[in-house]
Design a protein around this ligand. Structure first.
Ligand SMILES: *Cc1c(COP(=O)(O)O)cnc(C)c1O
Length: 382
């Protein structure tokens, strides 16, 4: 009964969401803080005041949301943890300021960045050439390669988990291929500077789409958005799931030049004209309009991260620098799987992978100070 296509599927395994007991959940890089009260209010008011809007289809083009996202990027520079907050206004750190105005026609929104990425794979990657990715990056990329029948060319990484950017670009040129990676990368938590991304763009095919997944950029990365003016083949993916405390909303977006945005829109309109429901659109608009709140949350996460990394280093763990809301760690003499299980028994869920090369590592999401204090007391004995 199954189609041929079905046999190529190798589904993503997300961080556990167990129902058997209440765990402290720091295994899926969710934000430990609640959404802005303004988001809650916007949802309540929408349902209360406009119940009939649930009867009719939502705006398929999410025009208001595209405008609000563009405004937020211009106001914050796309890195919340570095944005300056004055009351409910935010201004970008000079380092992040975008040297042009992001316009709504440069934004595409969808049902979580996973869906957005799926449409990107469909629109720009072909089965006749390999897609270049780092060996370890977001584990959904190989899943989509399987789904769409796109060959993948994983490129090994340096011993310190930095990317072999020259190798990636050389392979991209040789195969006239696209490149995709997360920046900062997951699960390694390390980021490339904008200058490094620019060098990669210069060294890779101009007629192939180059995708940078900025799911974690708000926690300290350098956004590639300022490069969009000079690189028409650059496409940036972002999500509300991490820095916008909204994994349950299912909201993600693209920032790219309108030509690429239009191509992804064509895919959407050929598959599901209305991927974003009306409530998610309203909630997402309210979220980006309250960037000050989320910048505050990102700053708190960064402070907790600094403290936790210091603890880990004191305890002899090897810790990558982190520009994300998680850390990627191992310790000589500690078995990754056993450590994970020990921590789980004590009521805290962290993430580990069976993937070859990173089996001994734990990926731990930065929670609240309280949650991390509990974890620290458990890890004292590891
Ligand atoms: C979490 C994550 C996503 C997925 O985000 P959703 O918007 O929740 O689908 C995409 N890319 C990376 C690198 C992520 O870590």
């Amino acid at each position: 009964m199954l189609s041929q296509r079905m046999q190529n599927l190798n589904p993503y395994v997300p961080g556990e969401q167990p129902k058997d007991r209440e765990y402290i959940k720091i295994n899926a890089n969710e934000n430990p803080y609640p959404p802005s009260p303004k988001v809650v209010k916007a949802i309540e008011e929408f349902v209360h005041n406009n119940p009939n809007k649930l009867t009719v289809y939502p705006d398929p083009d999410s025009l208001q949301l595209h405008k609000d996202i563009a405004d937020m990027l211009n106001a914050t520079g796309g890195v919340l943890c570095r944005a300056n907050i004055e009351g409910d206004k935010v201004t970008p750190d000079p380092k992040d300021k975008i040297p042009f105005t992001v316009t709504p026609d440069m934004i595409y929104t969808g049902n979580g960045s996973d869906e957005v990425l799926s449409f990107v794979f469909y629109a720009f990657f072909d089965s006749d050439r390999p897609l270049i990715t780092p060996e370890h990056s977001y584990s959904f990329y190989p899943v989509y390669c399987g789904f769409y029948g796109i060959p993948r060319m994983p490129v090994s990484m340096n011993d310190d988990w930095t990317l072999k950017t020259s190798d990636m670009c050389e392979l991209a040129v040789k195969n006239n291929s696209s490149i995709i990676f997360a920046n900062p990368n997951a699960p390694t938590s390390l980021g490339l500077t904008r200058q490094e991304i620019k060098q990669m763009l210069d060294a890779s095919p101009k007629d192939r789409v180059f995708v940078v997944d900025e799911a974690y950029c708000d926690f300290g990365g350098e956004s590639a958005i300022p490069l969009l003016k000079d690189y028409k083949n650059l496409l940036i993916v972002r999500t509300f799931s991490k820095s916008f405390c909204g994994a349950g909303l299912r909201s993600g977006f693209i920032v790219a030049n309108p030509e690429l945005v239009n191509a992804v829109t064509t895919v959407k309109n050929s598959l599901n004209h209305f991927p974003m429901d009306a409530i998610t659109q309203v909630a997402s608009c309210a979220a980006v309009k309250d960037a000050a709140y989320y910048a505050e949350c990102a700053k708190k996460v960064v402070a907790t991260r600094t403290d936790f990394i210091e603890f880990l280093k004191n305890k002899g763990w090897q810790v990558n620098d982190s520009q994300t809301n998680f850390v990627f760690i191992r310790k000589d003499g500690v078995d990754g799987k056993k450590a994970y299980e020990y921590i789980k028994q004590q009521g805290i869920l962290v993430r580990r992978f069976d993937t070859k090369g990173i089996e001994e590592y734990l990926r731990i999401t930065i929670g609240t100070d309280e949650q991390m204090a509990k974890l620290k007391s458990i890890m004292e004995n590891l």
